[in-house]
Design a protein around this ligand. Structure first.
Ligand SMILES: NC(=O)c1ccc[n+]([C@@H]2O[C@H](COP(=O)([O-])OP(=O)(O)OC[C@H]3O[C@@H](n4cnc5c(N)ncnc54)[C@H](OP(=O)(O)O)[C@@H]3O)[C@@H](O)[C@H]2O)c1
Length: 321
């Protein structure tokens, strides 16, 4: 089968199209023919190993799992003889940041992992883009224990994480102030933001409002900058480590002081989470934003675009046209 293989960490060019053996499902696994995948910041992070810490999961000297692609959507071609919850021919989507494999024509995954059926109201491309940004957003929103009516600010509301966060916060009943670029103001309103601050014409730190939760979905602000906007026991979460890794230090210390605090939740995803996201899609409460689409052959260009830090939502890789 065709797949994008990387045998060493580095720039987008280390990802190369090759012929590799088709995987064989174990007794508890599904063999999925991939129709669509994405290139996202998780794939980029593991490929570049820019943060050395990622190598503790992916291999210290070189990658253990050589085909990236944590998001996937496709059709089950074969099931292991112990599989009971899926059938051959089922359309499925999911997330796999343990062994990856979405950047190839086939992958195998245990039926118990974060994989479920694609809802009828979306395409393979949309299904592929459902989980990466949304599961980071979900983990952070849950950590902040958001209640209906609470005031939340989402900084960077148009990325994969930010655009999912706005829609999920709407589902949880928050009142959302979103910060984005002039060109995306209407888009962000359509996702559910109640107030939109255009960072090109307004300084969000000058707002008069106070927030129970500030979620920096693109890691461009700091706890110090946002602290005056938090309520007395307000919570700040960023998707980045901050200057000199300060967010790790604040996550260890600020919860001890009892006032405004910074949290740094460890991302996780389970089958229950993908089912939750699927049900939101079915109810029309969540739809991933899709920016550009590329083919497997164009993967280097896809990575380069993702790494501009300017994508709107997700970048899809179409494997079956
Ligand atoms: N290391 C990892 O494994 C990993 C994994 C996932 C995510 N992350 C981190 O999580 C963050 C978000 O990821 P993502 O995939 O959601 O991001 P993304 O999709 O790449 O975010 C792009 C969006 O960020 C907005 N943006 C760029 N600069 C901005 C600024 N100065 N102020 C406000 N908005 C700005 C842009 O919107 P406008 O056009 O409105 O400016 C663009 O739509 C990234 O920092 C990423 O590194 C890391």
């Amino acid at each position: 089968m065709k797949a994008i293989v990387y045998t060493k960490y580095g720039p987008p060019e280390v990802a190369q199209l090759m012929e590799v053996p088709k995987p064989i499902p174990k007794d508890n696994e599904l063999l999925i023919k991939i129709y669509s995948s994405t290139v996202n910041r998780t794939d980029s992070g593991f490929r570049s190993a820019e943060y050395f810490i990622s190598r503790f999961w992916s291999g210290l000297l070189r990658p253990k799992y050589k085909i990236l692609g944590c998001e996937f959507a496709g059709i089950i071609e074969e099931i292991g003889k112990g599989v009971t919850t899926f059938q051959k021919g089922d359309k499925v989507f999911g997330y796999n940041d343990k062994t990856f494999g979405g950047h190839g024509e086939y992958l195998t995954i245990a039926e118990s992992e974060a994989v479920t059926n694609i809802p009828d109201n979306i395409s393979f491309d949309e299904a592929a883009a459902l989980t990466e940004g949304a599961h980071y957003a979900l983990v952070d929103i849950r950590a902040a224990k958001i209640e209906p009516g609470q005031n939340v600010l989402v900084y960077g509301a148009t990325g994969a994480i930010g655009s999912a966060a706005v829609q999920l916060l709407k589902h949880f009943g928050a009142t959302i102030t979103a910060v984005c670029n002039t060109k995306n103001v209407e888009l962000v309103k359509s996702l559910g933001a109640d107030i939109v601050i255009d960072y090109q014409t307004q300084d969000f730190t000058k707002t008069e409002n106070k927030f129970q939760f500030i979620f920096d979905a693109v890691g461009k602000s700091s706890f110090g900058q946002c602290k005056p906007l938090l309520t007395e026991k307000g919570i700040y979460i960023s998707t980045e480590l901050g200057k000199n890794g300060e967010n790790i230090l604040f996550a260890l210390t600020t919860p001890l002081w009892g006032g405004k605090k910074l949290l740094f939740p460890i991302p996780t995803i389970t089958k229950k989470d993908v089912i939750f996201l699927k049900e939101l899609v079915q109810k029309g409460e969540y739809k991933p934003l899709i920016d550009r689409k590329y083919t497997l052959e164009q993967i280097v260009d896809a990575y380069k675009y993702v790494e501009t830090g300017q994508k709107t939502g997700s970048v899809v890789i179409k494997i079956v046209q």
